[in-house]
Design a protein around this ligand. Structure first.
Ligand code: AMP
Length: 380
């Protein structure tokens, strides 16, 4: 199936070709026609499935036949849990929307930065991408009006609830008109997500990309058995010997993330930490540099990493094991995406061994384990 089979117009097809997307992903094959037909959509899909283009492309197409937005009443609202995701979605809208005959104006609003510029830019926004708290601040400041929303996209709904946004989201729903098109994307389906689905969606077109089976095939996985105290030297050894130039390292806490990045810097490796304690400016700066290849190592916590989308990220290292198998798959899903191969390395201490067995069992895949006791890490 090609993109032109999905009912997209030729300017959009050209934009897609410019992005070298050859074939729509399974989620896109189902979501694009459904959104164009005005249907509600439920996508059980994670980052890496192509879900963003799955809703952005049809939105851009629908907007082509609409008049430019005026005033502060938004018609298309995309709700997201994190600032990073908001920025990423806006980037996709801009990337595909920039060459269309009818210019599409999008705006990403999120907390942690001054509200005034966002208030000023709101006028005439076609697609508003927002985190819940900041959106409500803007509503309270009368900078935006939600009573005419025609389409609501709720992205990473599970994450939204996990981060404790339920109250904000409830309040936002109360401000929306009854009649509208709703799209909901979530990587997982908990009871809470199910409640949201039955509340929001009516007769949705449903698509599911199983997390556990979809990601690992693209990825070359390896584990290194290592004593906790030798993890830092092993990381630096691998960076050098495997010639890793763009590596996302996962840590389980803010403190460890800072420690790892700090030590790398001391050893002359360009590294930065990305976590919730960093200012928005520092987070954006680190991500931009990392994406541009000016930062060799980005050390992230699970929370901050969610939704990071970097094309062709070659290496992911689990410096510490994630708590759940799902998080493991999510982490390593950062690499080997969109058909480019990647390598995922996991450090496993003797204390982690049992937990790592459970992860492999859940994933249905055995990961090759390399012993490192004989490895001379002196000087790293
Ligand atoms: P997403 O799941 O929306 O975060 O997208 C994951 C990655 O896949 C992004 O880097 C997209 O640019 C890329 N992507 C999305 N759709 C396609 C496609 N049809 N062909 C190739 N790459 C794609």
């Amino acid at each position: 199936m090609s993109f032109s089979d999905l009912g997209l117009s030729s300017p959009l097809i050209q934009a897609i070709e410019a992005h070298k997307y050859v074939q729509p992903s399974p989620i896109q094959q189902r979501a694009i026609p459904a959104v164009l037909a005005g249907k509600d959509v439920l996508g059980i899909a994670q980052t890496g499935s192509g879900k963003t283009a799955g809703f952005v492309l049809p939105i851009l197409q629908l907007l082509q036949s609409r008049k430019p937005a005026k005033g502060r009443s938004v018609k298309i609202l995309v709700l997201v849990p994190t600032r990073e995701l908001a920025i990423q979605i806006q980037d996709v809208i801009r990337a595909f929307g920039s060459r269309l005959p009818r210019q599409v104006r999008s705006l990403a609003v999120y907390g942690g930065v001054s509200i005034n510029p966002q208030m000023i830019k709101m006028n005439g926004t076609d697609v508003l991408v927002a985190t819940p708290g900041r959106l409500l601040d803007l509503v309270d400041n009368k900078a935006v009006q939600l009573s005419e929303v025609e389409m609501l996209v709720l992205d990473e709904a599970d994450k939204m609830l996990n981060l404790g946004f339920k109250q904000e989201v409830d309040r936002i729903f109360g401000l929306l008109p009854q009649k509208r098109q709703n799209l909901l994307f979530s990587a997982t389906v908990s009871g809470e997500v199910e409640a949201l689905v039955s509340r929001l969606l009516s007769d949705p077109v449903t698509m599911r990309q199983e997390e556990e089976t979809s990601v690992p095939d693209l990825i070359d996985q390896l584990a290194y058995a290592v004593e906790a105290a030798r993890k830092g030297p092993l990381l630096r050894y691998l960076l050098q010997h495997e010639d890793m130039q763009q590596v996302l390292v996962f840590a389980s806490s803010i403190r460890t993330a800072d420690n790892i990045a700090g030590k790398l810097l001391k050893h002359g490796v360009q590294a930065a930490a990305l976590h919730g304690d960093k200012s928005q400016g520092a987070r954006t700066d680190a991500l931009t540099k990392f994406k541009a290849g000016r930062l060799r190592v980005l050390v992230a916590t699970d929370l901050a990493s969610r939704g990071i989308d970097i094309q062709f990220l070659p290496h992911v290292i689990n410096y510490e094991l994630p708590r759940s198998p799902k998080d493991y798959v999510h982490r390593i899903g950062r690499t080997g995406r969109a058909a480019s191969p990647g390598k995922a390395i996991t450090f496993v201490t003797p204390e982690d061994a049992h937990h790592f067995k459970i992860i492999q069992k859940k994933m249905g895949k055995q990961v090759e384990m390399i012993q490192t006791d004989m490895l001379d890490l002196h000087g790293y």
